[in-house]
Design a protein around this ligand. Structure first.
Ligand code: PLP
Length: 384
């Protein structure tokens, strides 16, 4: 017998998972699709996790271990300039779960959440699972994929609960400018709505770009919920560890949802997270330097083969314009697998305004990226 909820049936069929499976099955395919660091988790973190695995763990308090929440609050105060109190921090199973809990706690059926497209593919289904309505703001390549706050204004209605802001942004690689964050803050204050600020890639930035947490801006304490994760900064995707910080009333409400969703974030991972927050900067800096080397390579090569790409200032993604070759990003991505044995993600995965684009991840070995670009150049009959 099968009975599937309407909620589940209406979730989009993501082609991303199919591509991932295909790339895993066929070893000759170079996967530039996955959004996961290719680096090993730094050793001090693994050592900490090992030690705690041997000793065993139990449930932690629902919102997370107090020492971890305190360490996170301290990090947010020091690095992000957010006036965070440890009691307003909830430790989650990755930021994806944090986002789900936050939306379940704040969005009633038919209420709206504003987000950008192209934007992270997890937002739309998460809002829909909460029976909310995703409302999209179109990003423009000519603006360097920065958000135009006037476009946000046009989308605000009486039903808007929150605006999701993602900086540095997946899949565009954009680091949002302070002025734009200030304008978005004004919109949130004027309309009395939340800003959900997803800062998963905060440390993966290049060339002097500066990451600014919108929660650090004047008067935003009551409006901003900051989501973060250990997945990208510390190459800890499999640990499933993240956190959110926000206004007291919000945190109290989300705590209940969070408790019934997962009781607590994985406790061993929380202990590993404590070790991660104590890690000297050199570990992260080494990874970012290598991403930067690959970024320079991939952007140069993509542009040479007429896959026009705005230079990303953050993340490990390059969003390429395929309009010279195809008007369907799904077909382009499928053909690329067949003809070049390279996997990328079609832009249609990133919301209604992603057609005509594909995303390449450079969380892959430098020489593999080189090889992938050679193959793509050959398949498209373009080269340096
Ligand atoms: C922008 C963004 N936010 C959130 C996530 C979810 O990450 P996690 O649940 O591992 O913290 C991802 C993963 O790719 C992402 O790209």
């Amino acid at each position: 017998m099968t009975h599937i909820s309407e909620r589940e049936s209406e979730l989009p069929d993501t082609i991303f998972l199919q591509l991932q499976e295909l790339a895993a099955e066929h070893k000759d395919i170079i996967s530039l699709s996955i959004g996961e660091p290719d680096f090993k988790t730094p050793k001090p973190i693994l050592d900490a996790a090992k030690k705690f695995m041997v000793n065993g763990t139990h449930y932690s308090p629902a919102a997370g271990r107090t020492d971890l929440r305190q360490a996170i609050a301290q990090k947010l105060r020091k690095e992000n300039k957010i006036s965070a109190d440890w009691e307003n921090v909830i430790v989650t199973a990755g930021s994806q779960q944090g986002l789900m809990a936050a939306l379940l706690a704040t969005v009633d059926p038919t209420e709206e959440v504003v987000m950008t497209s192209p934007g992270y593919l997890g937002y739309l289904p998460t809002v829909e699972l909460a029976n909310g309505v995703p409302v999209f703001v179109r990003l423009n390549e000519n603006d360097g994929w920065q958000i135009n706050p006037d476009e946000i204004k046009k989308k605000i209605t009486k039903k808007t609960v929150a605006i999701i802001v993602n900086t540095p942004a997946n899949p565009t690689g954009t680091v949002l400018r302070k002025k734009i964050l200030e304008e978005i803050s004004d919109i949130a204050i004027q309309n009395n709505i939340y800003i959900f600020s997803d800062e998963a890639y905060e440390k993966i930035i290049y060339g002097g770009a500066k990451h600014i947490s919108i929660g650090s801006l004047n008067g935003m304490d009551e409006h901003v919920v900051t989501f973060n994760t250990f997945s990208k900064t510390y190459a800890m995707c499999g640990f499933r560890l993240g956190y959110m910080q926000g206004p007291k009333e919000f945190v109290n409400a989300v705590s209940k949802v969070h408790h019934f969703m997962e009781i607590c974030a994985p406790h061993t991972s929380q202990l590993a997270g404590l070790a991660a927050l104590k890690l000297p900067n050199k570990y992260v800096n080494t990874m970012v330097r290598e991403y930067d080397r690959r970024r320079k390579l991939i952007i140069k090569r993509l542009n040479e083969i007429s896959l026009k790409t705005v230079n990303p200032e953050g993340t490990f993604y390059a969003l390429a314009d395929i309009s010279e070759f195809s008007n369907s990003s799904v077909k382009f991505a499928k053909d690329l697998i067949k003809k070049a044995r390279v996997a990328c993600v079609p832009g249609t995965e990133f919301g209604p305004y992603g057609e005509g684009l594909v995303r390449f991840s450079y969380a892959n070995d430098y020489d593999m990226i080189k090889k992938a670009m050679d193959r793509i150049g050959k398949a498209l009959r373009r080269g340096p």
